[in-house]
Design a protein around this ligand. Structure first.
Ligand code: AMP
Length: 576
């Protein structure tokens, strides 16, 4: 008896699973397989995302329930994307190697339909299909659903997101009244409940808790950095973990391509995956990604749907998705098949709310982590360099080379030699990004605190510091600024003090007698077609969450030069 036979699976299937290296059922398999085998005529809902082993959870019972001697299609598995469909069919194909009379075929849009029509002419008991192509094939009478007993809706939430609701309705309407529907979904939006109410009667429901349990192998982390510094921050994370391999999600096709281009220019192994690429190009990108010839795949949500690549250590969110549900799909690309993974979101200081919303909605805790500063980067790189030295196999003729070296070098002590080597290596290790980026890229999420700050009555007996959105790059000098401000606010120049013109903004103090209503005087003021913005400037509040400190991986104390919260320059409230 092995674990799988205890679930009621046949010996043939158990042996195949053993050969495939499936030792123990995953939680969704443990719960779903016995249920689907025993109550196969009943409808079923499985709340599970990719990576939890859901394909085997429905695929194995389906195989057991097929009548091999019947040549017609008995099960259809609907899949939102070609990629997921292909992976599902591939997995089921592996399971049926010992079932010589069982055939599995996958059909999807975007490719020549005639080859699929031809393939379906042979007995095909299980068909994996994207909805649109299945309807095309039905219209062309290449497939009949009249003998279909099982309809699997895989990643049902994604199918609805992609607008397949009507296609699903049409497909189901062509199946027998007594067919069973097995619905798998990572999330349970209202529309899914609609499908359940319409088509299912007393379904069995199994959940591996898309929010928590299935994700226990994923650490959810975030960093707070200015939007303008995001790529620099991502770059530092790539640098400190050269062994990482992951996907970075962006919101638009254009952004995806631009970011991939930027990283390529910097010399990183990255590629873009988005809907503007042809299917052939996308296939080629995926092939390279799977063959590990790139570190980071930069993708849109749509393009990345259904990607099944194991061993991804990280998922990066360059921008958080608008739909919180998409976060679950994104992060589920890592932490698969029992391996640990990190889902790291790069948010700007105004997006703290989104993290709280996610924590509440998908019931996970996010940890605030620190973007490594330049010194930490340097140590991390030196550490990798020292590991490389330790792993280096010594060349055979090294003795002879040493004998011919300058004796001054040979006579250096170990300490002197090490000091010089490190100094030389430091010269190679540029920790500066393109354009001399700041040392510390960390910011604070400030909206809530700033609101508090804003609501707090300011000290009426103190002058008030103000922010204005013009600076050096606008060609503004201190004198210009005082002139402009006093002119618009109609106050004496003596009431403006400590003017500080920065690169793209400026700060100044306004006398306590004039500060009330001062900012409002600039409402609607335009200069060179640009709206002028003036608001009170409150120093940044103390951080509320502890930040996970960066560890450069040296194994020893790693507290060098780390900036603590209180050391950090204070952030500014710039928005009204
Ligand atoms: P899925 O969630 O179905 O996409 O499965 C994710 C990955 O886990 C696939 O590569 C499966 O082959 C693998 N897998 C599923 N179940 C098991 C299991 N019980 N033991 C080992 N690997 C599994």
């Amino acid at each position: 008896m092995n674990y799988f036979s205890e679930l009621g699976l046949s010996q043939t299937i158990c042996e195949v699973l053993e050969q495939l290296g499936f030792e123990k059922p995953t939680p969704i398999q443990e719960q779903a397989i016995p249920l689907l085998l025993q109550h196969h005529t009943t409808d079923f809902i499985g709340l599970a995302q990719t990576g939890t082993g859901k394909t085997a959870a429905f695929g194995l019972p389906l195989i057991e329930l097929m009548n091999e001697d019947q040549k017609t299609t008995q099960a259809i598995i609907m899949s939102p994307t070609r990629e997921l469909g292909q992976q599902t069919a591939k997995q089921i194909d592996e399971f049926v190697v010992r079932h010589k009379k069982l055939n599995v075929e996958v059909v999807y849009g975007g490719v020549d339909i005639t080859r699929q029509i031809k393939a379906l002419k042979k007995p095909t008991q299980i068909v994996v299909a994207t909805p649109g192509r299945l309807i095309d094939l039905m219209k062309r009478k290449a497939i009949s659903l009249s003998d279909v007993k099982y309809v699997v809706l895989d990643e049902a939430d994604e199918m609805l997101n992609m607008g397949f609701k009507e296609d699903i309705d049409e497909i189901i309407s062509h199946t027998q009244e007594d067919r069973a529907i097995w619905l798998f979904s990572a999330t349970m939006p209202r529309e899914i409940r609609g499908i359940i109410d319409k088509y299912m009667s007393n379904p069995h429901e199994v959940s591996v808790d898309a929010g928590q349990k299935s994700n226990k192998d994923i650490s959810h982390e975030y960093v707070v950095t200015k939007s303008a510094n995001k790529l620099a921050a991502v770059r530092r994370f790539l640098d400190i973990q050269p062994d990482m391999r992951g996907i970075m999600f962006c919101r638009t096709k254009r952004e995806t391509q631009e970011i991939a281009d930027q990283f390529s220019t910097w010399g990183y192994g990255v590629e873009a995956l988005h809907g503007d690429l042809s299917q052939n190009q996308r296939d080629a990108v995926m092939k390279r990604f799977k063959s590990r010839s790139m570190q980071l795949l930069i993708a849109t949500d749509v393009a990345a749907r259904g990607i099944d690549v194991n061993d991804l250590t990280h998922v990066f969110h360059h921008t958080l998705p608008d739909q919180l549900d998409s976060y679950t799909h994104r992060s589920g690309r890592t932490g698969r098949a029992g391996k640990k993974g990190i889902s790291l979101a790069f948010i700007n200081p105004r997006e703290g709310r989104k993290i709280k919303d996610l924590e509440r909605k998908i019931k996970v805790n996010f940890e605030l982590v620190e973007v490594p500063n330049k010194k930490q980067m340097k140590y991390s790189r030196l550490n990798h360099w020292s590991k490389l030295i330790l792993q280096t196999k010594v060349a055979q003729d090294v003795e002879e080379i040493i004998a011919n070296l300058d004796q001054d070098l040979v006579n250096l002590s170990q300490k002197e030699l090490l000091e010089r080597l490190i100094t030389l290596q430091l010269d190679h290790l540029s920790t500066d990004g393109a354009g001399g980026e700041p040392n510390d890229l960390n910011e604070e999420t400030g909206q809530a605190q700033r609101n508090e700050e804003r609501n707090k009555p300011s000290d009426p007996n103190a002058d008030q510091r103000f922010f204005i959105n013009v600076g050096e790059i606008d060609g503004v000098t201190k004198a210009d600024l005082i002139h402009f401000v006093t002119d618009v606010a109609n106050i004496d120049s003596k009431k403006i003090n400590q003017v500080d013109v920065k690169k793209n903004c400026s700060f100044f103090y306004v006398d306590k007698a004039e500060k009330k209503g001062f900012a409002e005087k600039f409402d609607g003021i335009m200069v060179n077609e640009r709206a002028i913005r003036v608001n009170e400037d409150h120093d940044g509040p103390p951080q509320r969450r502890p930040r996970k400190e960066f560890n450069h991986g040296g194994g020893g104390a790693s507290n060098f030069g780390r900036k603590r919260r209180n050391d950090r320059p204070k952030s500014r409230s710039r928005r009204r």
